[in-house]
Design a binder for this molecule. Structure first.
Ligand SMILES: [Zn+2]
Ligand SMILES: [Zn+2]
Length: 209
């Protein structure tokens, strides 16, 4: 069986971790926040079959339209709530934080938490983890022992819950549910900052107790 390769790189002003997952000559791109040229160089010739958003905030989504224009047949997937919020410059926070309105195109297909996806020959389980943003999903790639978390759990922190639609108690509850269902050595790639593991965060994250 061929290997799954996962790389991530901070992009844009808010240093969002854009994650590229590759298997053979196909790739998935999570949270292409900015800098499409740098993202394309991460692909290293692989063909992206889907661009996937963890949640609707524009700093995670800003390069979607450019990538979809360049790569025909590439899907754009996210939760239905994320899809709705990302299309509006107010609810995707581009007006509030960036000052420049950005409207993201509608998703080509929406996905719910609890669903298992098959994309680029890779099986991906989805967790719905609202509280930072409605419709936030985390993506568990079991064969690589890795979760792409977006702005839910960070290395030593959790996502903000003071934006519209935020709920701090709900966020903690959903993060704990997810982490407790994972093997402790599972790698977590957060939306910002360095990677960590499920076991380490359960033991030491001050926001999760
Ligand atoms: Zn966010
Ligand atoms: Zn973020």
């Amino acid at each position: 069986m061929s290997e799954i390769e996962i790389k991530f790189m901070p992009v844009g002003m808010l240093a969002v971790n854009c994650v590229v997952v590759k298997k053979d000559d196909q790739a998935l791109i999570f949270d292409p926040g900015a800098d499409p040229d740098a993202i394309k160089s991460m692909l290293n010739g692989a063909k992206p079959v889907a661009v996937i958003l963890t949640h609707s905030h524009f700093d995670h989504a800003g390069a979607i339209d450019e990538l979809l224009e360049e790569f025909d047949d590439c899907e754009y997937l996210c939760h239905p709530e994320c899809d709705r919020l990302a299309q509006d410059p107010h609810t995707n926070l581009s007006m509030l934080i960036g000052g420049i309105p950005v409207a993201i195109s509608p998703a080509t297909r929406t996905i719910e938490g609890g669903q298992t996806l098959q994309l680029a020959g890779i099986e991906i389980e989805t967790f719905h983890v609202p509280g930072h943003s409605p419709g936030q999903l985390c993506f568990y790639i079991k064969d690589a022992g890795t979760v792409i978390c977006g702005d839910t759990v960070f290395n030593g922190g959790i996502g903000r819950s003071d934006f519209p639609g935020g709920d701090g108690d709900l966020l903690v509850e959903k993060i704990l549910q997810m982490l407790n269902s994972l093997p402790p050595q599972t790698k977590l790639i957060p939306g910002h900052g360095s990677s960590t593991t499920a076991g380490y965060e359960l033991k030491s994250n001050p926001y999760l107790r």
